[in-house]
Design a protein around this ligand. Structure first.
Ligand SMILES: Cc1cc2nc3c(=O)[nH]c(=O)nc-3n(C[C@H](O)[C@H](O)[C@H](O)COP(=O)(O)O)c2cc1C
Length: 218
């Protein structure tokens, strides 16, 4: 089947894009409310965009009534947010944070999550999250009824158990983030596999060989 995205109602585009672009990582985004409470909401229009500068992106749409979500209003006001990564241990709490509560509700308290003071920004991080990134707003790009938020990572926290002994690389046995598939379907990263480039092709990487017709190595 083919779908013409230039002539399609919004909900259909949402369904197709979110059903087929996945799994999408989940940022449980922490911000500070106007009354200084914690606000947290999951966002799966999320990814890391570059490492130098270290940028993350969030895509956030308005509520059904056209109002801006608390996360966006808080980021506009404070210029800060925390991206907390989500694993199975906090999956259910993450879903609770995704309920459209009024802005006075502290989602972390409601979901039984523990706030911890951040190092470089005012918004708290979540103690139970395996890994959190403190971010400063780099820029907001406004579209009708949605925004693209670009944040610069200024500090990172990782549970020691999620790192190897040297503290350099991830420990895949203990860091297993969940990700969103379609609708209410999620996946966890407990079936990881190694896929390395074939050794015979490494000289191409080094620019030492040129391809010849038929794909043979010269
Ligand atoms: C797993 C998951 C991913 C979500 N991803 C997004 C997203 O990328 N963008 C968005 O606008 N809303 C997303 N939502 C919905 C928001 O989390 C929800 O609207 C929340 O109530 C917003 O809270 P806030 O008003 O405190 O910002 C997601 C919900 C869930 C459960």
């Amino acid at each position: 089947m083919d779908f013409d995205f230039t002539d399609m109602p919004g909900p259909d585009k949402y369904r197709l894009l979110t059903n087929f672009v996945g799994p999408r990582p989940i940022a449980l985004v922490g911000t500070r409310s106007p009354s200084s409470q914690n606000n947290a909401a999951p966002m799966s229009f999320f990814n890391v965009f570059s490492h130098e500068p270290p940028l993350v992106v969030l895509g956030i749409q308005t509520r059904g009534n056209g109002e801006e979500k608390d996360t966006v209003a808080n980021i506009r006001r404070t210029g800060e947010f925390v991206v907390n990564m989500v694993d199975m241990s906090i999956a259910e709490a993450m879903i609770v944070c995704g309920v459209n509560f009024s802005s006075e509700i502290d989602e972390l308290a409601f979901a039984g999550l523990t706030p911890v003071r951040s190092v470089k920004i005012d918004a708290d991080r979540i103690a139970e999250s395996p890994c959190s990134f403190e971010c400063r707003l780099e820029r907001i790009i406004d579209y009708p009824r949605r925004v693209l938020i670009i944040g610069e990572v200024v500090h990172m926290h990782v549970h020691d158990r999620c790192l190897d002994a040297a503290g350099r690389y991830v420990n895949p046995e203990t860091y297993q983030p969940i990700a969103r598939l379609h609708a209410d379907n999620y996946i966890t990263s407990d079936r990881q596999f190694v896929l390395s480039k074939p050794e015979a092709l490494l000289p191409y990487e080094a620019g030492q060989l040129a391809p010849v017709p038929g794909g043979a190595v010269r």
